[in-house]
Write a new protein. Structure first.
Length: 314
């Protein structure tokens, strides 16, 4: 970086202030209308997109997004590099960040993207970790705003594994947007107390709120948005039976939609298991915004990259 400015990263949802999040979402809405309105990567400049985990939506949206911003998406499956054979994260960051203008990484522990960011000369974006999925929640916030024309004051309920990366990101990103965020999950799968405490603090400044409950009716009543995700995420293979048994009552079905607010919309970040965490009639029904949500990964991530590159003076 030649500007001398501190490098900004996006590792967790609360790495953006409420004003910055709103700025990114406004730009994302602009880019959803005119996909080639910004070309900060013309040259082309390169963005490295690293994968330690399988991906469809992340791979497609970052690859297409970087290209539409005028750049070259350098997509790397880490298993085919020395990073997959134990090369230190810090060394990977020092090598890659000398040759690209940003890095997006889909990996396992949050400590890995933190280590990457600490050693990188360029912005690092968390494209998913076991703890957070902030790019997805930016896309979800854009989707909600498109449906309702606003975010602040709406109620979003997440059903299922409250300890998941999606639940954690809904807490932080939703509170930043001024949403009333409810996590409705079995007590054994409640979110990190540290994440909840941070979300409560943020909500106190934005007018939002945070509530964690095991009570399905309480969680769903009058909700403006019902969201869910798979019950068994990557890394928890082998736990499907135990998780399904305890989470069955948290399946997003027509009964839960019926007690939500009139016009409630439904989100699922995909891939989905119809008949498990969400009913087919719901995900494929008129309340569903699932495929708009998937498309919005493209627009939200493009806007985020524009913001981070502008902050870096690139």
């Amino acid at each position: 970086m030649s500007s001398g400015r501190p490098v900004r990263h996006f590792l967790r949802d609360d790495d953006l202030s409420p004003a910055e999040q709103a700025q990114v979402l406004d730009l994302a809405a602009e880019l959803a209308t005119d996909r080639f309105a910004r070309q900060p990567l013309a040259g082309p400049q390169s963005v490295a997109v690293l994968f330690d985990k399988p991906s469809l939506r992340t791979r497609v949206s970052f690859s297409v997004g970087v290209a539409e911003l005028g750049g070259y998406p350098l997509v790397i499956d880490a298993g085919g590099t020395h990073a997959g054979r134990g090369e230190p994260v810090e060394d990977v960051a020092r090598v890659v960040s000398r040759q690209v203008v940003a890095i997006a990484w889909r990996t396992f522990g949050q400590d890995r993207v933190a280590a990457m960011a600490a050693a990188s000369r360029v912005p690092v974006v968390n494209a998913l970790t076991d703890q957070f999925h902030p790019c997805q929640v930016l896309a979800d916030l854009l989707t909600i705003k498109q449906a309702y024309g606003r975010l602040a004051g709406l109620t979003l309920t997440f059903l299922g594994d409250g300890s998941s990366n999606m639940a954690h990101s809904y807490l932080l990103g939703g509170a930043t947007a001024g949403l009333h965020v409810r996590i409705c999950a079995p007590e054994a799968y409640w979110p990190s107390t540290d994440v909840v405490a941070t979300a409560v603090s943020i909500a106190g400044r934005t007018g939002g709120s945070v509530h964690v409950t095991a009570d399905v009716k309480m969680g769903c009543t009058d909700a403006d948005v019902l969201a869910t995700d798979v019950w068994t995420s990557m890394g928890h293979e082998g736990q499907e039976g135990a998780r399904s048994e305890v989470m069955l009552q948290y399946s997003l079905d027509a009964g839960k939609l019926a007690v939500a607010s009139e016009g409630c919309r439904v989100l699922h970040c995909l891939p989905a298991h119809r008949g498990e965490e969400i009913a087919a009639e719901v995900i494929d029904g008129p309340a569903s915004l699932v495929f708009e949500q998937a498309e919005n990964r493209l627009h939200a991530q493009k806007a985020l990259l524009c913001f981070l590159l502008e902050q870096a003076g690139t």
